[in-house]
Design a protein around this ligand. Sequence first.
Ligand code: B12
Ligand code: SF4
Length: 329
Amino acid sequence: MKIGLVELPQLKIIDPEGIDWTEQNQHPLISKQILMSNLEAGGFEVELFNLKNGFEEEEFGQATWKGMTLHKIAYGGKTAAIDPKSCDAWGVTNNFTIYRELTSLVLRHLAKGGKPIIVGGSDVISQPRYYLEAGATAVVTDKSGSANWAIFDYVLGQPQRQELSGVLFADGSQYGKNLRPLHPQDWPVPSINVAKACLGGSNEFADNISESSLIPIGSVMLDLGCDRTCDFCQTPTYGTGYMRMTPQRALEWCARQKEAGARSVVSDSDQFLGRVLFGNEGRQEVFDIVNGLRAMNLPFSWDNGIELKNCPFAYFEITKGINALVGNV
Ligand code: B12
Ligand code: SF4
């Protein structure tokens, strides 16, 4: 039984002068890396269809803004090139509202194959109906990964190893998050092949990408969630609280990126320094992780920013011996 996981194409929003109003960046596929390892550990055969790879452009809509007509373009591999019957089930992730319409384009295409389509990610959790109407069979509402195996067991007609949880089906049936969230410590470390398939390049680090010594870029999410509740942020609504990997496990993930060919790694955590909630123990964990990275000679950046206000010690420890700190501090 093969599951096809589709990475969405890039989104371009082009104005009449040809200027692109979106961020074009070959981010590593952190979400796919975690999901693929999770599903492989569950015994599923997984194939990645990375539509961010490629140079094809397909216009899928227009919008008017400030008197200008903006063209919405899917950029990368062509969605139509995927044979929607070629896998036994499909999986799509969308974490961003701005990618909602583009996701529906992909879902409408996949739905032609008549195979189950499971969708997840932050935007999907916030507006599940939209995705179900676009052709999804079910929406995953559990962020941690604990729901994933049972959902695919169910839609593929395999014996159920766990109860259904954290899922909403197109026929209206739904299952609350009954299972304990899967702790990041228990997320399977990706195989070298999965880590390699999820490496990214980025134009943040060099004018000439091919000359940057920081790409390819690997990615890690060393903790999940946040203890805070900022009113503009969706993260506290996942109900996971703040959960972190041990430094040993965190460094295992980073080492795997290096083995897969990464020359630098980005942190995609919500709140890497949430560790300092745990007093001296958490503070020591921060030291152990950054010292471990330094020993590996692996440049590291915090794409989601890093909040140093509550732990100025971290600034000195993190930046010691580093020439540049990349990210929003
Ligand atoms: C990493 C991250 C980024 C990275 C993305 C890098 C990348 N390569 O994708 C960067 C720093 C670039 C980024 C940028 C932005 N981000 Co951001 N980001 C995140 C963050 C912290 C993690 C996303 C992630 O990958 N999670 C890890 C994976 C494992 O989780 P997941 O994808 O949901 O998958 C799990 C489950 O949902 C489920 N699942 C998901 N899909 C599927 C599919 C199947 C088949 C199955 C079975 C299960 C399943 O299983 C997985 C676990 O096994 C989230 C918050 C969060 N905790 O999710 C915010 C978040 C997604 N970002 C947010 C925002 C607002 C932004 C920005 C718009 C900020 C800005 N103003 O510029 C930009 C937009 C970028 C863009 N694309 O246009 C919001 C999105 C809100 C929304 N609905 O749009 C979030 C939710 C944070 C918040 N503040 O509320 N971001
Ligand atoms: S992740 Fe950041 S923005 Fe969201 S609640 Fe936590 S501190 Fe606030």
